[in-house]
Design a protein around this ligand. Structure first.
Ligand code: NAP
Length: 251
């Protein structure tokens, strides 16, 4: 029987590459999006998944920073695919780019709500289903997207770094708490990957930063999809941070 995976923010950027990887690995994919402009992108990803990998898809609009909308996302998943949720990929994320004196309270609260609280909401809602059908031979997996910002500091990204560090702590604790139940929780902490998130920042600063990457270039979404595949196929891996970053954190 096909397995079910939920991905938050699965219509574009890294999320799109992860959605397609899940399909390639044979999962039915629940693609979450939030912005009206991402509805068509979600439909295009779903079409590609169905045509290329012959898996089933479900598209669910939800702002995952809001607990009740996460409840709707999980409910819709169960109505469509049943209550055996095998994989949860928490990927949704936003950034501010502001120094800590000038940033508005509402702006940093939104970053924490989107980049950390949504991961807590989704794992809180999905784990009860995972514990019901996972064991050593049939593992369930949660994959959380952090960032090199969660491993180091980044100027003008204090809220983002706080959220992304929090994701690592959350993941390690949940990995310990549910290891005996056959549930693995791991983190992907990307370095700089070319998506809309990076296209939105000052390009001069970006190129200067890219020049400091030991491998010398900005990564591709496929680097992150490869990390997801590795995690899903690694039964002895839990509570770990996999960071495709071109050597960024070595300096
Ligand atoms: P992106 O292209 O800007 O995409 C962000 C995704 O998050 C979109 O699918 C967006 O959905 C979704 N999203 C944002 N807020 C949401 C909410 N409240 N509810 C549901 N979905 C929401 O960014 P990306 O580069 O692919 O980033 C994906 C993840 O990787 C993020 O967690 C990011 O922090 C992390 N990351 C990225 C980089 C990088 O260099 N690109 C580096 C390290 C970590 P809509 O389109 O529907 O708004």
């Amino acid at each position: 029987m096909a397995k079910t995976a939920i991905i938050t923010g699965g219509s574009r950027g890294i999320g799109k590459a992860l959605s397609l990887k899940l399909g390639e690995l044979g999962y039915n994919v629940v693609i979450n999006y939030r912005s009206p402009s991402s509805k068509e992108k979600s439909e295009a990803v779903a079409k590609e998944l169905e045509e290329k990998y012959h898996v089933e898809t479900l598209i669910v609009k939800a702002d995952v920073s809001i607990y009740e909308e996460c409840e709707n996302l999980v409910k819709a998943t169960i109505e469509r695919f049943g209550d055996k949720i095998d994989v949860l990929v928490n990927n949704a994320g936003i950034t501010n780019n502001c120094n800590w004196i000038d940033i508005k309270k509402e702006a940093y609260e939104k970053v924490i709500a989107t980049n950390l609280m949504s991961f807590m909401h989704m794992s809180h809602l999905v784990l009860p289903y995972m514990v019901n059908h996972s064991d050593k031979d049939h593992q369930c997996v949660i994959v959380n997207t952090s960032s090199v910002g969660g491993m180091t500091g980044v100027i003008n990204q204090a809220d983002y770094c706080a959220a992304k560090s929090g994701v690592i702590g959350l993941s390690r604790a949940l990995a310990l708490e549910y290891a005996k139940k056959g549930i693995r929780v791991n983190v992907i902490a990307p370095g700089m990957i070319m998506t809309d998130m990076l296209r939105g920042v000052n390009q001069d600063e970006l190129h200067a930063l890219a020049a400091t990457i030991p491998e010398g270039y900005i990564g591709d979404v496929e680097d992150i999809a490869g990390a997801l595949e590795y995690i899903l196929k690694a039964p002895y891996l839990t509570g770990q941070v996999i960071s495709p970053n071109g050597g960024f954190v070595l300096q």
